[in-house]
Design a protein around this ligand. Structure first.
Ligand code: 26Q
Length: 834
């Protein structure tokens, strides 16, 4: 033992030899990795090797800080935040990592010395697309902010072998899905921790036993097991010493699992079974609003929750004798209900494995869980059939029943005789197929429940979760979303960032609220000129991408009007394209002299099984073809659909946008986060009073925001008597546009192709597209008039950037830290002594 600790002192000495942050040290690391990691020389080296060697050079420097962080958190026994999410849409990591390390510029110069260009090296990195959209990207922004604010936090999720599918648009304008093989060339950012492996149980049954003292204990036996293996991705803070971890679990078949096959001598069958269990981490479910998933999805949810809780419990027990104070050192933030099974799993661990009694277990559980809701669409609230739960997680189903029994007793005590309320609040939906309501489970098991914008939270407490709010109002709170300014301003828009710094210094890079100082310069003609040319350069860069990806030439002096997000009826891409079609029809008659040329840019993926969304994609392409090919209008109107929208494309598109389309039916978009990225980059929003649009409008000033459409309350009121046909008959432009779509003129090869879209708009449309069409068209007219006033527009653009500081995810995370997690900053610093 003595010899060992002496040897370790030697290691400490060695590991203090941190990597240099200067250009020459970076070059040396780079060259080493080309030769000794990649095994290449100057004749065999490829562009991919350049990227990988740069990534490894960055990784070494991250690891120096990671080791400092780990030791300092351990010594301080800091309270930790565990962010549980089935999605982390992190995108590329190289440039953000370098920036946060403070060596982006130094690395650029190192590469330049070697005749390499940072942009092309960075472009070799594939996107880590481990998410569908807003919820997954939010988790990624939160990781960046938690590290930047020095919060000891671990992100937990799944290491999907296939991330979100690659979208191909076929020649007919239809989406085709291709697998996302992002791990094909290896992943320089992850560290496989094969020693951090936990057994996760499935199926089997529950055996109960009464001990001598008369206490019943439960054992979950005869299970089929899967091993969860940790893979760590390093998450550096912006210019501090902290490097946190995103721990992603991969499924590995357990060798013991196929004991029977082995015993029967069926080696091949055993290996095949082992392989099949690894399906759990094979693929991200590519839909972002489904109530009922499949068995494999339930297994994904439990798999990562069980491994995560085990990991946190093991960590706790290294420093503490028992789990009774677990909640004082750990908080699990549940990103939507996807990890809600954590309520039952933590109870199971405490009850069955640590022999807690029910009340103690419940106290620990409910003091360590917090739940964030991301949707109000009732049909999107997750539910799992009871029969499936009983089959896959029999012990958890028992626990859920017991939680429910005790909870409903409480409800009955508070509201005697109100059985309707009991039915609504039950964790189990009865009548028809019995199902577990995951949101109810998450609410009951958490000490905090939050929505993601002020309006959304109000809808939760007034409507969706009203009963729960009445029972425990103190549980509910709002945390308006935010986005990381490192990626979404400094990284993606260096031109604008430099301009901002030239006016107000660089304090805003640490505290985005200070962007408001820019407002004082909103009338400065010199700033106007450089503001416009920064936007112009971004537009030219995007125009080049569009030429390459869409084979369409767009005019960089035209208005770039952008709608990029998942394709959904509630997000109303069909409202946008219908308006474009009606503009086309109008311009065919007459193009007014003061018409400002416009380019309407679309991007986004549809869930593979969402037929209407896929038709909308085809409709956009059909309209684009007609418009772009018509020389009579294509000088003032162009439509493009950028295929395979992802984080990296967003980083190119958003800085080039002048108009941000945020046109969901009021009350349906929980928050939106793209809306914030656009405003930050000086685009003006055309939008409804929905989600965070409400707060963006308040922040930037109503005169700098193009508002239209029904309010949430008006939507609710109109629902009962909505008559879309009336709009069709009264408004000739709606009439003409819908007739054109219905006529088959846009799809001569299949005249009925777009009929379902027209029908959905004319018969009971819950998204009320036609009700808002008129207001939307008028709003676009106002917008065009405002654009003609170049000075006025530029001023509005500057003010959008200046006043969007509160949409930094740093602000969001500070709110969570103070009001939900009760954690403070814990600066990572080299430990004293060894
Ligand atoms: C559930 C069960 C089975 C399979 C898939 C799912 C699933 C997956 C992803 C359900 C929902 C999602 C994603 C939802 C989402 O992205 N919501 C968005 O969250 C953003 C961050 O809070 C908000 O800004 C958006 O308004 C909200 O739509």
């Amino acid at each position: 033992m003595r010899a060992m600790s002496e040897a370790r002192a030697e290691w400490d000495f060695l590991t203090q030899a941190d990597r240099g942050m200067d250009k020459e040290s970076i070059k040396r690391s780079f060259a080493d990795h080309i030769e000794y990691t990649q095994g290449k020389d100057r004749f065999s080296v490829t562009q991919l090797d350049f990227y990988l060697a740069t990534a490894y050079a960055a990784r070494e420097r991250l690891l120096d800080r990671f080791n400092v962080t780990r030791r300092s958190d351990y010594q301080r026994d800091a309270r930790r935040v565990y962010y549980l999410s089935l999605e982390f849409l992190i995108g590329r990591l190289l440039e953000d990592g370098l920036r946060n390390l403070g060596i982006h510029e130094e690395t650029r110069r190192a590469l330049a010395d070697l005749g390499l260009d940072m942009d092309s090296v960075a472009a070799k990195e594939g996107d880590a697309g481990l998410g569908n959209g807003g919820l997954g990207r939010l988790a990624a922004c939160f990781l960046d902010s938690m590290a930047t604010l020095d919060i000891p936090a671990v992100g937990y999720g799944i290491r999907y072998e296939y991330g979100i599918f690659r979208q191909i648009i076929d020649p007919s304008g239809a989406q085709v899905e291709a697998p996302d093989t992002w791990l094909r060339h290896g992943n320089p950012w992850e560290l496989e921790r094969s020693e951090k492996a936990y057994r996760v149980q499935f199926h089997g049954h529950v055996r109960s036993r009464v001990d001598d003292a008369g206490r019943t204990s439960f054992e979950w036996v005869d299970t089929r097991d899967v091993i969860a293996v940790a893979h760590d991705v390093l998450v550096p803070g912006y210019r501090n010493e902290r490097v946190n971890v995103l721990r992603l679990w991969a499924a590995q078949g357990s060798d013991a699992f196929d004991f029977e096959d082995f015993n029967r001598g069926d080696y091949v069958a055993a290996v095949q079974h082992k392989n099949a269990t690894e399906d759990i981490s094979r693929v991200l479910y590519p839909s972002d609003k489904v109530r009922q998933g499949r068995e494999l999805r339930l297994k994904q949810e439990y798999f990562f929750v069980a491994a995560t809780i085990r990991d946190a419990v093991v960590r706790h027990l290294k420093a503490h004798p028992s789990l009774h104070d677990f909640g004082e050192y750990s908080v699990f933030q549940l990103n939507d209900t996807h990890p809600a099974i954590a309520v039952a799993e933590l109870m199971r661990v405490l009850l069955d494995e640590h022999r807690f009694d029910w009340d103690d277990a419940w106290r620990v559980t409910t003091s360590s869980l917090a739940y964030t809701n991301h949707t109000v669409l009732p049909e999107a609230l997750e539910q799992w059939p009871v029969w499936l739960m009983e089959e896959v997680l029999p012990r958890h189903m028992q626990i859920i029943y017991e939680v429910n029994r005790r909870f409903l007793d409480q409800v009955r005590h508070r509201w005697p005789g109100d059985e309707d309320r009991v039915r609504r609040m039950s964790l189990i939906e009865e009548g028809g197929e019995r199902r577990v309501r995951m949101a109810n489970l998450a609410i009951v098991g958490s000490y905090s429940v939050n929505g993601v914008s002020a309006l959304h939270t109000k809808i939760l407490t007034d409507r969706i979760f009203r009963d729960f709010y009445e029972l425990e109002p103190g549980k509910f709170n709002n945390k308006t979303n935010g986005v990381t300014p490192r990626r979404w301003l400094m990284g993606c828009n260096p031109g604008l960032s430099a301009l901002v710094t030239s006016r107000i210094g660089d304090g805003w890079t640490h505290d985005l609220a200070r962007l408001d100082q820019l407002a004082q310069h909103a009338d400065d003609p010199e700033l106007h000129a450089s503001w416009q040319s920064a936007k112009r350069r971004n537009k030219e860069r995007l125009a080049a991408i569009i030429a390459r990806e869409c084979n369409v030439t767009v005019d960089p002096t035209s208005i770039f009007d952008v709608q990029i997000k998942r394709i959904h009826e509630y997000k109303r891409q069909h409202l946008n394209i219908l308006h474009v079609l009606s503009l086309y029809q109008r311009y065919k008659q007459h193009i007014p002299a003061d018409t400002v040329p416009r380019t309407f840019i679309f991007g986004g993926k549809a869930a593979p099984g969402y037929d209407m969304a896929k038709r909308i994609i085809r409709l956009v392409h059909a309209v684009a073809r007609v418009v772009n090919d018509d020389p009579a209008v294509n000088a003032v109107l162009k439509v493009v659909y950028i295929p395979n929208y992802n984080v990296s494309l967003a980083e190119r598109i958003i800085p080039a946008a002048e108009v941000s389309e945020q046109i969901s039916t009021a009350g349906m978009e929980a928050s939106g986060t793209g809306n914030m990225k656009f405003a930050m980059n000086g685009a003006l929003t055309i939008g409804t009073l929905d989600g965070a649009n409400v707060e963006i409008r308040e922040a930037v000033g109503p005169e700098n925001f193009f508002l239209f459409g029904l309010t949430d309350l008006e939507v609710q009121a109109l629902k009962k008597q909505y008559d879309p046909a009336g709009y069709y008959h009264r408004d000739p432009e709606i009439h003409a546009a819908l007739d054109a779509v219905a006529s088959g003129w846009l799809s001569p090869d299949e005249p009925g192709r777009f009929r379902p879209i027209v029908d959905s708009l004319l018969y009971g449309d819950p998204f009320m597209v036609l009700a808002d069409f008129h207001a939307y068209r008028d709003c676009h007219e106002r917008l065009m008039a405002a654009y003609r006033d170049r000075e006025g527009w530029t001023r509005k653009s500057i003010l959008n950037t200046a006043r969007s500081g509160r949409f930094s995810s740093d602000r969001t995370i500070m709110d969570y830290a103070r009001e939900v997690w009760r954690v403070g900053a814990s600066p990572a610093s080299p430990p004293k002594g060894t």
